[in-house]
Each structure stands twice: as C-alpha cells, then as structure tokens.
Design a protein around this ligand. Structure first.
Ligand code: HEM
Length: 255
C-alpha cells in the first residue's frame, strides 16, 4: 500500500465549493478498486489550506489502474478546477514508526494486563485438559503452556513483546501446530472453552472488548486449524499479529 498526500491552497471564498466538489469526487474514488481509503482535512490555522490523503493499493495501481480506469473521468471532472491549486502531490511509503497513541488503551491494558491473561489461560487449559474432545491433543503439553499462550495473547493485544523475546515468536508457535491435524469440532470446542474461561475469570465483558477479542480468536483458531492439517505449508516466518479494536483489512497474498 502507498499513501498519496495532495496539499491544496484554495482561496478562502472557494473553500465551500472545493469541499463540495470533493464530496462528489469521493463517489467515483470510493468505487475504484485501487483506492483503499481517503480523507480530506481542512487546516484550522490557515483557511483554504487542505491535505487530501489517499491510500492506494500501490503507486502503479494508482497511476496505471485508477488513472486509466473507468472511474477516473468522473473523479477528475469534479476536481479539475482545483488542479492549479495543488502545492504538493506525492506518494509516501509507510515506515515502521506507527501507532495509535495512548488515548486509546490497548486490548492488553483493557483486559487487565499480564495477570488477567494468565488467569484466563490457567482457567482455560484446566477446561481443555478435562475436555474429551480437545483434551487428548494436549495430553503431553508443557507445564508452562498456559503461561506461554498468555504471553502470546499479551503481545498480540498490544502488551510487551515477551513471547517473541523468550519463546521464539511466530515460528515457534507455528511449529507447535504443524501436523496436529486439528478437526473442525476441536477447533470450535477450543474457541468455545476460551470464551467460557473469559466469563469465568471476569475478563471485561463490554461488547467492544469481547468483539475484538472474539475476532482475534476466530482468526487465530482458523489459522491454527488450517496450519495443522497434513501437508499444510504455511509461511515459515511471519510478523507477529497485532490486534486492535478495529476491523481487520482483507488478506492480500504476498503483501
Ligand atoms: C487463537 C488461536 C490460538 C492461539 C493464539 C494459540 C497459541 C499457541 C501457542 C502460543 C502455542 C505454543 C506455546 C509455546 O510457546 O510452547 C500453541 C501450542 C499448541 N496449540 Fe495452539 N493456539 C491457538 C489455537 C489452537 C487450537 C484451535 C488448537 C487445537 C484445537 C491448538 C492446539 C495447540 C497444541 C496441541 C499445542 C502444543 C501444546 C504442547 O504440547 O505444549 N491451538 N498454541
């Protein structure tokens, strides 16, 4: 993905017409498959100064796909009168420096931190071991397993990168699932027992937290299910997933 920034300086008296034109241009822009998202911001310190941010699937998709595609004509017709007001129009690559700031707590903090996640996994694996369907899969599990999974969850939910630093990160977790041939009923039972454990240990039960929590568990258990099948060839290394409050973008192979 690539971010395009377009800076405009329009005469203050044209600001209303400019915003209205962009509201109309946004319709074909949003319909273009190359456009991931967009946002027009107005400067509060200097009237008439605007920054338009558009995230494209790639710079090539923007140049060769959007500009030569079916939506460009309708988009350009709206914004053409303002082209001469552009002060900058360039593509920027994201860097590793990114974050959400501390005004929004991480899922890790909201859950109650390391202690709450350990309480969760202790209660969960007690249920797992007593369960006739999933219990046998864990018959030989390492005594530290509940704590390791708590570290994993903590890192995924925005806590310290303790699993990566002490347990080998994604590679090790993946290796633990390879060849386990988890069945669909086992996958469902695992997830259901985890939700039961979350209630038992009093994890926050507000809809937003539980929706985000369940969303990660749904995603993670489906990966575990697929990766555990005989002959599965998941990527041997991958970045640690980081889960937040929002929605997951669609998975695009190779990105
Ligand atoms: C969100 C979903 C899941 C997460 C986050 C997860 C996490 C993990 C982690 C971090 C480990 C390695 C622990 C270590 O460092 O030693 C592990 C191992 C394992 N997982 Fe999962 N897992 C998930 C889903 C599942 C499911 C659905 C099953 C089966 C129904 C499963 C079965 C196992 C087994 C059998 C092991 C090896 C345990 C042992 O023998 O020590 N996992 N899991």
């Amino acid at each position: 993905m690539i971010v395009e920034y377009i800076r405009y300086r329009v005469p203050a008296e044209q600001a209303g017409a400019f915003e209205a034109a962009y509201a109309r241009a946004a319709v074909p822009l949003a319909a273009a498959p190359q456009c991931v998202d967009y946002e027009l911001s107005r400067c509060v310190d200097e009237p008439g100064v605007y920054v338009l941010r558009i995230t494209w699937t790639s710079a090539e998709d923007h140049r060769d796909g959007f500009r030569r595609g079916e939506h460009f004509a309708a988009f350009f017709a709206e914004i053409k009168p303002y082209v001469e007001r552009i002060e900058e129009m360039r593509h920027y690559e994201r860097t590793a420096v990114a974050g959400s700031g501390s005004s929004v707590p991480t899922l890790y903090a909201w859950a109650g931190g390391a202690e709450a996640l350990e309480r969760l996994t202790d209660a969960f694996y007690a249920k797992v071991l007593a369960d006739d369907l999933v219990g046998p899969l864990f018959a030989h599990m390492d005594a530290g397993h509940p704590r390791y999974v708590a570290l994993w969850l903590g890192e995924v939910f925005g806590g310290p990168s303790a699993y990566s630093e002490t347990r080998g990160g994604y590679r090790h977790m993946l290796a633990q699932h390879l060849g386990k041939a988890i069945t669909e009923p086992q996958h469902r039972r695992w997830a259901a027992l985890l939700m039961d454990a979350a209630d038992d240990v009093g994890l926050p039960d507000d809809p937003e937290f539980r929706a985000a929590f369940a969303s990660y568990i749904e995603w993670g258990t489906r990966l575990a299910l697929g990766n555990s099948q005989p002959g599965a060839q998941p990527p041997p290394s991958a970045p640690m997933p980081h889960w937040g409050w929002g929605v997951a973008p669609p998975y695009v192979p190779g990105t």
